[in-house]
Write a protein that binds this ligand. Structure first.
Ligand code: PLP
Length: 464
């Protein structure tokens, strides 16, 4: 399996190279040359298997000869040993035909752990074999950063730097990034919003001197390996609900479009998914795109679901590549328009293909709070605000959908205790093993929203 860039001008890479590289050198994102397909019989045979076994079968076709079957089996076992639930990503029920896919049982209580714990193990195995070391720089709206730090803390081969928007993440999110004491992890508070952090990260990748000098790698959701790992739970949950004999729909609280794109990949691989519903908060660029085909940036308005406070959904470029029949030049053109003018218009053909696969909806702040309160009342479950956005949008989409509807529960409510308590009167508690988080000292480096300043901090701190 080879990986090609969505902008068509970077060399094709193996899985291992694409994983260790992150962003392509032409500014594009790596995608597999073709979508591997699983037969109905292969999918049916997932019933009753462990999460780890399904993971092995879903991901092997993407990996070429990076790891042997046996090596990858052991990597998966190590990665998910850190989860607090045996099923890894269990489903729970909201009403007769509505379900939650609980993705928050990893060490930082958000779905980012599902991919990041595995990526940490894959990087370690691969770098050890190659005798190499890397610097990982990430940008986070709150959850990716801590997940990356958890995945790489104490690594001999990797230094990790995480940029987060100063003052715009929850206290739990911040403490998860700033309290690990290992010398190879660094939390950088940037004076800007998440899109600024993400833009500086892209700038770093495009500064080839810097990139090569520190051996820069990325584990943001622009890294193909992240998306690939997330494909697995669409299979496990759909099979538990009757696939491949029955179709299933998913509603996904969406920011950077990585998680829902993994659902699209599962569908391309043969999983019978009826609808994929994009759920956004008031930062609703994707919802507006589905409505009129215009993809137009507006400012980011902070919300109670901060991990979705995004206007530049990087992974949307991967979908654009398919919507434009895998023509890299067409993708490069619309992405150039987006950076020059802050907007592009989808072609009629691209928009109608988008509508073939996806629906969308948005939840305002008050709708999100009302959704938290309603679910506590009707089920006793306490949702995080991101999940609540999903549940609200799923309910709106419900009318047109007869299949089971699975909403991805992307974080544990205890990551956002203030918003949750304000919405429903219940203050969600951290799991016991994290209860001392408020007592541990924090280490934070405050930096300007300035490429040179950030690069200087990284250069100074990397171990050589
Ligand atoms: C990252 C995140 C999202 C958005 O996921 P994307 O893959 O960026 O679309 C939603 N909810 C939570 C809790 C997150 O951490």
């Amino acid at each position: 399996m080879r990986y090609i860039s969505t902008r068509g001008k970077a060399p094709a890479l193996s899985f291992e190279e694409a994983m260790l590289t992150g962003l392509a050198r032409d500014g594009g994102l790596y995608v597999p040359e073709t979508w591997p397909e699983l037969s109905r019989a292969e999918i049916a045979a997932f019933a009753g298997l462990s999460y780890q076994d399904v993971a092995l079968r879903v991901m092997m076709p993407f990996m070429g000869d990076t790891f042997t079957h046996g090596e990858f089996h052991d990597i998966i076992a190590r990665a998910y040993g850190s989860f607090a639930h045996q099923a890894i990503c269990p489903i729970s029920q909201l009403s007769h035909n509505d379900f939650l896919l609980e993705l928050f049982h990893g060490p930082t209580l958000a779905f980012k752990d599902v991919a990041m714990q595995l990526i940490g193990q894959m990087f370690e195995a691969s770098l050890k074999r190659r005798g190499e070391r890397l610097t990982i720089v990430g940008a986070t709206s709150g959850d990716t950063g801590s997940a990356a730090i958890e995945a790489f803390r104490g690594s001999q081969a990797v230094d990790v730097f995480v940029m987060y928007p100063h003052g715009r993440v929850s206290e739990v999110q911040r403490r998860q990034m700033t309290t690990p004491s290992e010398a190879n992890v660094h939390a950088l508070a940037v004076d800007g919003d998440f899109d600024d952090c993400q833009a500086r990260l892209k700038d770093m990748f495009n500064d080839f001197d810097f990139r090569d000098g520190v051996r820069l790698a990325g584990v943001n959701s622009i890294n193909w390996a992240r998306v690939m790992v997330q494909v697995v739970y669409y299979f496990t949950s759909a099979v538990a609900l009757g696939a491949p004999y029955r179709s299933v729909s998913f509603t996904v609280p969406t920011g950077n479009f990585g998680d829902i794109f993994a659902g699209y990949v599962a569908k391309r691989m043969g999983l019978p998914i009826e609808r994929l519903v994009i759920a956004t908060n008031q930062n609703d660029i994707l919802h507006r795109t589905l409505q009129n085909g215009g993809h137009t940036k507006e400012g980011v308005t902070p919300s109670i679901s901060p991990s979705m406070d995004i206007q530049v959904s990087s992974n949307f470029e991967r979908l654009l590549f398919d919507l434009y029949d895998r023509q890299g030049t067409a993708v490069a053109q619309v992405m150039d328009d987006l950076s020059a003018k802050g907007t592009f218009q989808l072609s009629q053909g691209a928009l109608s293909k988008l509508h073939d696969e996806f629906d969308s909806g948005r939840a305002s702040e008050s709708e999100t709070s009302a959704s938290i309160a309603a679910i506590v009342k009707y089920t006793g479950q306490v949702l995080c605000p991101h999940t609540a956005v999903g549940v609200k949008v799923a309910a709106d989409a419900r009318g047109a959908v007869a299949t089971p509807m699975v909403t991805l529960a992307t974080a544990h409510a205890a990551k956002f205790p203030d918003a949750v308590e304000a919405a429903c009167g219940v203050r969600p508690a951290l799991p016991p093993h994290m209860a001392d988080m408020y007592d541990r000292p924090e280490r934070i480096t405050r930096v300007a929203n300035d490429l040179a300043a950030i690069e200087a901090v990284v250069r100074e701190r990397v171990r050589t």
